[in-house]
Design a protein around this ligand. Sequence first.
Ligand code: GLN
Length: 227
Amino acid sequence: GTLEKIKEEGKLVVGTEASYRPFEYHNAKDEIVGFDIDIAKALSKELGVELEIKDIAFDGLIPSLKTKKFDLVIAAMTITESRKKSVDFSTPYFNAGQVIAVLDSEDQIQNVEDLVGKTVGVQLGTTGDLKVSEIDGLEIKRYEKIPQAFIDLKNGRIDAIVNDLPVTATFVKKVEGVKIVGTPFTEENYGMAIRKDDNELEKRLNEALSNIKEKGIYDKIYAKWFK
Ligand code: GLN
């Protein structure tokens, strides 16, 4: 199985989409860093192996996991019923929800209902995409990477962005003229995705996750990225 392969090769290969700061992104030195990356490093240390990261489009992560391009996915990925039909998830490791971001000057959009009649940006294949797709009477622009949506929001090409709170909050802190309206309108948990038949890996991964929590490593990583 995959767990044996990981041990034999001495490395854990993780798939992600690295334009999702602070979870996974390219820093100024073009290294892939972030909360998820530190968690993945801590888990590979627990397993006694090296870590290798593969950066691909978000909507390709589950298909590529299934064709064994990597051993698992860690990508701020929400555990959903529909994804659970094709992959398994680790125990939850982070709590988030969808929020709406608009320009500071925007005063009509206060909540989800106000998105009707507007043009809304989302990241392709995400829970934000799914949520917004359930609402009638709005136009959706789907982006491969969420930073592209923020460029379009600034330029006035879209009216709002629906995206995970921690990532949007990071943008709003760094980019002037953009604000979050309302409170999260979904309740979501992130999990690491593994192939359905990888039960040993899943067990080992959950053990490693609870170990890094017990040792205080998880809290340290959390404080580093979210203080
Ligand atoms: N949490 C969201 C999802 O799972 C967004 C993840 C992401 O864009 N990396 O769909």
